[in-house]
Ligand binder design. Structure first.
Ligand code: F6P
Length: 323
């Protein structure tokens, strides 16, 4: 293998730059040429490719976002789009591809391999921490700490005004971030899609906290909760219980930006080095993950077939500690 490509795809995540840096520098270490592809699979279709070397990734380990940009590319779902992408890869002599992103990006990589024989390995990059085959995804730890800091700040003002706050945390299909930030932030209630509840039960809990002397409360709502987003939950609670003076905060994309934590940088570095070494060894169709603090190779399909979920016991722990 002489030439490899690297791209970031799907929602960006803090630490993706550290992963790009690791891929480019490991490539250089093994005397491979590394090409960066802009805007994910769209860049492959558009032939938006640039040669990279160790100096082109200087000073990025501490930066959020992705210097290669990212996109969710609809054209790549079509056979013609993938054929165009494969043509770009062939034109540049790219024999192996490192795809940094979520499970949607992996599905694309696998199809590219099946249809055009381009070797691909995946690095898990998403703040949601819901990809199977790895205990942690790149970006999750940073997003968790951003959400936690927001909750801590909201707690200050909630207590000062005896208010109830509904705080929405990201996670379209997963309550992982919500559960962890809620426990770490001492939330009175954590609404997640994994453990559905009803508005009636929520209101009942809120009344019992009041009865126990709590004047303020933080209710963390996962973006993808079955009762709706934080605004919708607040409205339903209000309709049932007329909670005076409640507020809603949507943390939103703040969780996607900012300086990656040490954990995310080290994780991205470890996984990035292994990704390139795997390609050199002739591996394809695998993702590089972390399991029990060891870097592991897993089939790409595991990413969506065995999604990582938080330990269900955490629901009970959160409930006990809200007493
Ligand atoms: O998958 C990462 C994520 O941030 C989810 O938590 C969120 O639902 C989604 O992406 C938001 O996507 P977009 O940036 O396209 O609004």
């Amino acid at each position: 293998m002489k030439r490899i490509g690297v791209l970031t795809s799907g929602g960006d995540a803090p630490g993706m730059n550290a992963a790009i840096r690791a891929v480019v520098r490991t490539g250089a270490y093994y005397e491979l040429q590394v090409l960066g592809i802009y805007r994910g699979y769209q860049g492959l279709i558009d032939d938006n490719v640039v040669e990279m070397g160790p100096r082109s990734v200087s000073g990025i380990i501490n930066r959020g976002g992705t210097i290669l940009r990212s996109a969710r590319c609809k054209a790549f779902f079509e056979k013609e789009g993938r054929a165009q992408a494969a043509e770009t890869l062939r034109k540049h002599g790219i024999e192996g591809l490192v795809v940094i992103g979520g499970d949607g990006s992996y599905r694309g990589a696998l199809t590219l391999y099946d249809e055009h024989g381009i070797a691909c390995v995946g690095l898990p990059g998403t703040i949601d921490n819901d990809i199977g085959g790895t205990d942690y995804t790149i970006g999750y730890d940073t997003a968790l700490n951003v959400a936690l800091e927001a909750i801590d700040r909201i707690r200050d003002t909630a207590e000062s005004h005896d208010r109830i706050f509904f705080v929405e945390v990201m996670g379209r299909h997963s309550g992982y971030l919500a559960m962890m930030s809620g426990i770490a932030g001492g939330a009175e209630e954590i609404l997640v899609p994994e453990t559905p509840t009803s508005i009636e039960t929520l209101v009942e809990h809120m009344r019992s906290y009041r009865a126990k002397g709590k004047q303020s409360a933080i209710i963390v709502v996962a973006e993808g909760d079955e009762l709706g987003n934080a605004i919708q939950v607040a409205k339903q609670v209000d309709a049932l219980a007329q909670i005076p003076d409640s507020r809603v905060v949507v943390i939103g994309h703040l969780q996607r930006g900012g300086t990656p934590t040490a954990f995310d940088r080290v994780l991205a570095s470890r996984l990035g080095v292994r990704a390139v070494e795997a390609l050199i060894e002739g591996v394809s169709g695998k993702m590089i993950g972390i399991s029990a603090n060891q870097v592991v190779l897993r089939p790409l399909e595991e990413a969506w077939e065995c999604r990582t979920q938080f330990d269900p016991k955490l629901t009970r722990i959160a409930h006990i500690l809200a007493t």
